[in-house]
Design a protein around this ligand. Structure first.
Ligand code: PLP
Length: 395
């Protein structure tokens, strides 16, 4: 008998995947232009020119055997040094290359980190709404993901709920700011309060509570919003970074884990990360991509189109009567469904050729996620459908 748990995991298609397949079918029936697919989560803007030029240069000038060869299990020292140089100059965190581990994106960073720190029976808290794969990652690490409800409508941290959720079993808290799907960015004040709460509860129970910052959207913020760097606020912190969105490279799979040097026992935690990476087969992240990101520190795709898409959608949807909270970052709107059942609402939206994702899988009922990493032209074409969908509820 093979592993039935994994069979089940592999057989269940995610709701987003289902919608994508439905969209493909519908486009073949009525034409590409007339289906409005807001289910996606991959960048609609190309990688920055610097990325393309660097790749060309690497391919043209470097020894191909070395370029495509194995790197150290934890990644090229040169790349890890370049990352530390940028992070330390920008955030003053004092990270050192021997605490950085190169990965295949944020998903791998999170899986490795949870496997490194969790033991069977541990609990990992996260704020709802949250990236649905956290449940799978925590489960694989032998832990249980415990969603903590945020404030209704604003999705900001509810500290009473957080305090109630922390128990002696709590091993870690995952934050994702800017957040997928709400677009919320935690302010410095919220981060300070969060860190103080974790420190107090850890003291009360005599436990170590790690703070894991999942950061694929760090640079995708609008209107001069600042994303506090977690290492400057909490010693037991680990950053899980990805270049999937910041450099528009989701299919190339590159990111890293950085352990806070201020953490007592940081070297041991890093060893556990190296060990978990080894056990999971996540060693030697893609070599070419490692060499690329070393030369692209501080570079970000042109995110101006995301901002204008956000502004266009927010004002149109508000005018049509939707309950919209303007996101501060990432490229998603989390909008209240016009009926209690978000699945029924998303199903009705399909009649208007709108593909939007029910929020239930993100741990919040009654909302839908609308991804605005799409072309501005598609948004403009879709607006009559959003209007008609809203009007169908007024009849
Ligand atoms: N975390 C969040 C919040 C995400 O939205 C995603 C991808 O959309 C990931 C992690 C995984 O990112 P990556 O492509 O870097 O593995």
């Amino acid at each position: 008998m093979i592993n039935e748990k994994n069979v089940k995991l592999g057989e269940v298609r995610s709701g987003i995947r289902e919608l994508f397949e439905y969209g493909k079918l519908r486009k073949s029936q009525i034409g590409e232009e007339d289906v409005y697919d807001f289910s996606l989560c991959h960048p609609s803007v190309p990688p920055p020119e610097r990325v393309t030029l660097t790749l060309q240069k690497l391919l043209a000038e470097r020894d191909p055997v070395e370029l495509h060869g194995y790197t150290s299990a934890q990644g090229d020292l040169y790349t890890r040094q370049a990352i530390c140089g940028y992070v330390n100059k920008t955030f003053g965190a004092g990270v050192s290359p021997d605490l950085v581990y190169m990965t295949c994106g944020a998903a791998a960073s999170l899986t490795i980190t949870l496997n490194a720190i969790c033991n069977s029976g541990d609990e990992v808290l996260t704020f709802a709404p949250f990236f649905p794969e956290y449940t799978v990652f925590a489960d694989h690490a032998g832990a249980k993901l415990v969603p903590v409800a945020t404030k209704e409508g604003s999705f900001r941290i509810d500290f009473d709920n957080l305090e109630r959720a922390i128990k002696p079993e709590t091993k870690a808290v995952i934050i994702n700011s800017p957040n997928n799907p709400s677009g919320v960015v935690y302010s410095e004040e919220e981060i300070k309060k969060l860190c103080a709460t974790l420190a107090e509860c850890g003291k009360k129970y005599g436990t170590e509570i790690y703070l894991i910052s999942d950061e694929p959207y760090r640079e995708l913020v609008y209107d001069d919003i600042k994303v506090p760097y977690i290492m400057n606020y909490y010693d037991k912190s680990i950053v899980c970074y990805s270049y999937s969105k910041s450099l528009s490279l989701p299919g190339d799979r590159i990111g890293y884990i950085a352990v806070n040097p201020a953490m007592t026992g940081c070297k041991k935690v890093y060893s556990a990360i190296c060990g978990a990476g080894r056990a999971l087969g996540y060693v030697c992240a893609p070599s070419l991509l490692q060499k690329l990101v070393a030369e692209a520190q501080g570079v970000t795709s042109d995110i101006s189109v995301y901002k204008s898409n956000r502004d266009l959608l927010c004002s149109a949807l508000t005018e049509f009567g939707y309950d919209v909270v303007k996101p501060e970052g990432a490229f998603y709107l989390f909008v209240k469904a016009m009926e209690a059942d978000a699945n029924a609402f998303a199903e009705r939206a399909k009649k208007y050729e709108l593909l939007i994702v029910p929020g239930d899988s993100f741990g919040v009922k009654g909302y839908v996620r609308i991804s605005y990493c799409v072309s501005p032209e598609m948004i403009k074409r879709s607006l009559p459908s959003f209007k008609a969908l809203a009007e169908s509820y007024k009849k």
